[in-house]
Design a protein around this ligand. Sequence first.
Ligand code: FMN
Length: 331
Amino acid sequence: MAEGQHLIIGDLVVQPPLALAPMVGLSHSALRTLVMELGGVGLLYTEMLSPKRLPQENEKISPFLIRSQQEFPLFYQLALHEESLIEKAVEKVHALGAQGIDLNLGCPAPQLRRQGAGCALSRNHIAVRKILATLRRRTRLPISVKIRLGEQLDEVAYLDLCRTIEAEGADCLTVHARLNGEKFCRKPRWEWIARTKENIHIPVLANGGIFTVEDARKCLQVTGADGLMLGRGGVARPWIFGQIAAMISGKRVLRESLTLSNVYRRFTELLTLRFPPERRLGRLKEFTHYFACSYAYGHQLASSVQTSVLFTQAVERAELFFLENEQIIIP
Ligand SMILES: Cc1cc2nc3c(=O)[nH]c(=O)nc-3n(C[C@H](O)[C@H](O)[C@H](O)COP(=O)(O)O)c2cc1C
C-alpha cells in the first residue's frame, strides 16, 4: 500500500485506511474517542445494535448511542434479519448523523443465530439479497458488510456470498478471516481475503489477528486488502493505529512521549465524561482485560480491576499497579 493511499467507501474517503472494529462492550464512545485522540484511525464503528430496539433508544442516555463530535466518521452496525425492521432503524441512524451503516453478517453469538441474524443470515443468500436491496433503497449512506468465512470452508458458497453483497450495492466488505465457529485464538485464514480481492471490486477490509505493526504489514502483503480493521489489538494498544499508519505512509509520526498509565488514565476520564456511574465499571473491566496484555505482569492489573466492586476502587487499584510497575514509554 503506497503513501497517501486511502480507502473510498461510497462517497466517503477514509484515511488512513484503518478501522476500529465493532465490538460489544468495547467500541463505545470512550474507546472511540481515545483512539481518535491517539491518531491513525480512519474509520469507527458502533458495537452491534438491535434494529428492533434502536428506534426507541434515547441517544442522550443510551450507552450504545452516546457519541461526541470527535468520533468521525462513524458507521452504525445493525444486526438485521427482518426486512420490516429496516425502515425505522435506518430513519433513526439517519437522525443520529451516521456516516455509514454496517450490516453484521458475521456474528456467531447464539442469540443472534436463533433470530436468524449475523452469521445465520449469511448462510441464506436470498435473504441477504433482500435485506441488502431494502437497505440500499432506504439509504444513500455508504453501506459496509462484515462477514466471516462461513460454516465450513466452501469457496464456491463463500465467493457467491461476496458477489451477492457486491451486486446488492454494498460499498465495502470486511472479512473476519475465520469460520463461524472458530475461536479467536485460531490463526486467521488471511489467504481467503486475497481470494476475495480477486473476485469482487468493492474495497475489502481485512480483519482478524492484527496485534502488531508487523502483523499489519504481513496481513496487507498476504491479502492485498484495501484497508485493515483491528478489534482486540486496538483495545490492547489503542495507539497502534498511528504506528500502522506510519508504516503504511513511510512517515514517522512525531508525538509527545506517551506512557501506558496515561493512556489508561485518559480512558477512565473518558468513561467518566461519557457514562453515568453505573455504566463505567463494566466497561473498564472489558477494556482492562485486553489493555493489561501490554504489561509483563498485566494479569495483576487485570485481576485487581476484575475484582473491584466500584469504579473508583478499580481506578485506585490501577494506580497502585502503575506505582509498582515502571511506566513504559510507547515507541
Ligand atoms: C468482545 C468482542 C465483541 C465483539 N462484538 C462484535 C460486534 O458487535 N459486531 C461484530 O461484527 N463483531 C464483533 N466482534 C468481532 C470483532 O469485530 C472482530 O471481527 C474480531 O475480534 C476479530 O478481530 P481481532 O482479531 O482484530 O480482534 C467482537 C469481538 C470481541 C472480542
